[in-house]
Design a protein around this ligand. Sequence first.
Ligand SMILES: Nc1ccn([C@@H]2O[C@H](COP(=O)(O)O)[C@@H](O)[C@H]2O)c(=O)n1
Ligand code: CDI
Length: 158
Amino acid sequence: MRVGLGFDVHAFGDGDHLMLGNVRIPFDRGFVAHSDGDVLIHAICDALLGALALGDIGDHFPPSDPQWADCDSADFLRHCQQLMTQAGYQIGNIDAVIMAEQPKIGPHKKAIQEKLAEILNIKGNQISVKATTTEKLGFVGRKEGMAAQAICLLTTVD
Ligand SMILES: Nc1ccn([C@@H]2O[C@H](COP(=O)(O)O)[C@@H](O)[C@H]2O)c(=O)n1
Ligand SMILES: C[C@@]1(CO)OP(=O)(O)OP(=O)(O)OC[C@H]1O
């Protein structure tokens, strides 16, 4: 068994939606990022890579590489999953928390969990997505951006 931890932050900029867990959420801002800025998927990728001791998302998809510009972060997640499978592991469970003052994540949580379960080919009860404000404190509280944290448990494939 191995555990991994991931954390990511993206600032808000111009835009009219956010991609979170590969679900499009209408919003009056967008993420500032090289890719689609899916802060939740990036945290999950780093959790998987961390559990495998394979570096972090930037090692695999360098921000300096134009091929990742505006990239669908689901592709990053599929790649990390392939690395996990090649290493002989499978997902036990993933737990994640999104830190955001806005938008409200609650109405989108189920869709996000279902989408991530579909991408990762796991059951719905193997992935948990939660949300919290930071009680108006810090950059999240000032609505300057969003953060996400994820932890995963990997087990060996029998
Ligand atoms: N962007 C957010 C932040 C929080 N929620 C939900 O609100 C509840 C209370 O969160 P606090 O951090 O203010 O205690 C909790 O159920 C969160 O899931 C949300 O939907 N969207
Ligand atoms: C995802 C990558 C892709 O170039 O860029 P960003 O979308 O800026 O996201 P970040 O969380 O900073 O991770 C680094 C990169 O791997």
